[in-house]
Design a protein around this ligand. Structure first.
Ligand SMILES: Cc1cc2nc3c(=O)[nH]c(=O)nc-3n(C[C@H](O)[C@H](O)[C@H](O)COP(=O)(O)OP(=O)(O)OC[C@H]3O[C@@H](n4cnc5c(N)ncnc54)[C@H](O)[C@@H]3O)c2cc1C
Length: 420
């Protein structure tokens, strides 16, 4: 059987689900949108939150202020808020050196510098909102196997869906960092391995975090602890993202719990007292993956398929969400001008507007781990000065916080927008 849709989103992870919601909200109701996800998505629930783990994921995400603004526009912020732990301050330090800096939300008149949410709850909230909105057809479990140019759009081969073939005006490729569709379409990627893995786990301390996130740079790589809401089994919880050599990550993922807690305590110190709990440990290889092409006639590559970043600055999803908001705005404009959604000139308009934000965010998340891991003594002094300089020079600190919050990017996009 074959069919047609105006827009097909391949991949319903955090980015694909956000895209579906955004396009459903801003595009005319006559635009037929379909989301195809390979993983079986939970059915709509009358009450409560579906337990959705996009990409089988047990991670947490630090949402920036720019993401909050986008969720507020989508009217899902209120539903999400109960699952969010506000970051009231960020303590940045370098192990064994003198520089450190404390960034406090209150100093900028904000209630938080960011918000930490467990991916399962974020995925659940997105899915619930998508079902409630009722604008997007959800096809799951189903996969887009291949895509070929056809009449100004794309012809898709599907597996697991009612239709085996679908013609679409616009294919949004959101199938993750190892994107099979990107490869099948012959889109080149630039990949730089960091020769590191991120070890991810939830950990429990003796003392409360008081909304403080820690970013600690060590000679092995950065270590971040993000504050989490309490649960019945653990009152003072944080989400750990610890960058390590692949061998150390493998060892610390598999070693006995006591050995792991001891190693982490040594690295992190006693700022929150004794570490006494650790949940499931997972490890992810880290590399910077950038798609050499993001738009073609009838195609846009999005999310991790377009750019997968080092998690040190917690920017990957926040950037992808700004891409999503920008694409939604450009498609709405284009449809109002009578253009087809896959019109390559329209898609290039999206890229032109979003590229400054992408370039700056990718540079920041690539530069930070390199700067802080370097063993050159001069660079060591420079980073100590940078850290203590953040504390003594309020304008520099404010600028850093604006970048981390994604606000500089939003200002950029407003500038680009007024420039056409
Ligand atoms: C350790 C770690 C910590 C992070 N922390 C943060 C943070 O604090 N803040 C932040 O902003 N970002 C963070 N990130 C980045 C963030 O996790 C990613 O940006 C985000 O997960 C990208 O989602 P995605 O939907 O693009 O890809 P994925 O999550 O990989 O989703 C791809 C989806 O596509 C589906 N799929 C694949 N192939 C097909 C097909 N052919 N047809 C249909 N469906 C298909 C898969 O089943 C999957 O659901 C972190 C990343 C890591 C590794």
């Amino acid at each position: 059987m074959s069919g047609s849709r105006d827009i097909v989103i391949a991949g319903g992870g955090m980015v694909g689900a956000s895209l579906a919601l955004q396009l459903g909200a801003v595009l005319p109701s006559a635009t037929r949108i379909c989301l195809v996800e390979g993983f079986p998505l939970p059915a709509p629930l009358a009450q409560g939150m579906p337990d959705y783990h996009p990409s089988f994921d047990a991670r947490s995400t630090a949402l920036s202020y720019s993401s909050r603004l986008i969720y507020e526009q989508l009217q899902i912020w209120d539903a999400l808020e109960q699952w969010l732990c506000p970051i009231e301050s960020i303590h940045v330090s370098s192990r064994g050196r003198f520089g450190s800096s404390l960034l406090r939300a209150a100093d900028y008149g904000w209630d938080a510098l960011g918000y930490v949410v467990e991916n399962a709850w974020l995925g659940g909230a997105l899915l619930q909102a998508l079902y409630r909105q009722g604008r997007v057809e959800v096809c799951s479990p189903a996969r887009v196997l291949a895509a070929h140019p056809h009449g100004g759009g794309m012809r898709l081969q599907l597996e697991g869906a009612l239709e085996e073939e679908i013609d679409t005006g616009l294919l949004l490729v959101a199938d993750g960092a190892t994107s099979g569709l990107r490869r099948q379409l012959g889109v080149a990627v630039e990949e730089k391995s960091y020769d590191q893995h991120a070890l991810v786990a939830n950990v429990g301390f003796a003392r409360p975090h008081r909304g403080c996130a820690y970013e600690r740079f060590t000679d092995q790589g950065p270590l971040a602890l993000l504050p989490l809401l309490p649960v019945a089994t653990a009152e003072h919880r944080s989400a750990l993202v610890w960058s390590l050599s692949p061998g150390d990550a493998e060892h610390l993922c598999a070693c006995p719990r006591e050995e792991f807690l001891e190693a982490l305590q040594q690295r992190f110190g006693y700022r929150q007292g004794r570490l006494h709990q650790v949940g499931e440990r997972h490890s992810y290889p880290l590399s910077l993956v950038e798609s050499a092409e993001q738009v073609r006639q009838g195609v846009v590559v999005m999310g991790n398929a377009a750019h997968a970043l080092h998690p040190v600055a917690g920017q990957g999803y926040n950037l992808a969400l700004r891409d999503v908001a920008q694409l939604g705005a450009v498609l709405a404009e284009g449809l109002a001008e009578g253009r087809a959604p896959g019109d390559v000139a329209l898609l290039q308009r999206y890229l032109r507007r979003q590229q400054p934000d992408q370039a700056r965010t990718i540079r920041l998340s690539d530069y930070l781990p390199a700067l802080f891991m370097h063993t050159d003594p001069l660079l060591g002094v420079a980073r100590d000065l940078a850290l203590s300089g953040l504390d003594v020079l309020p304008p520099l600190k404010r600028e850093f916080v604006r970048h981390a919050a994604g606000l500089a990017a939003m200002d950029d996009s407003r500038g680009a927008h007024s420039g056409g």
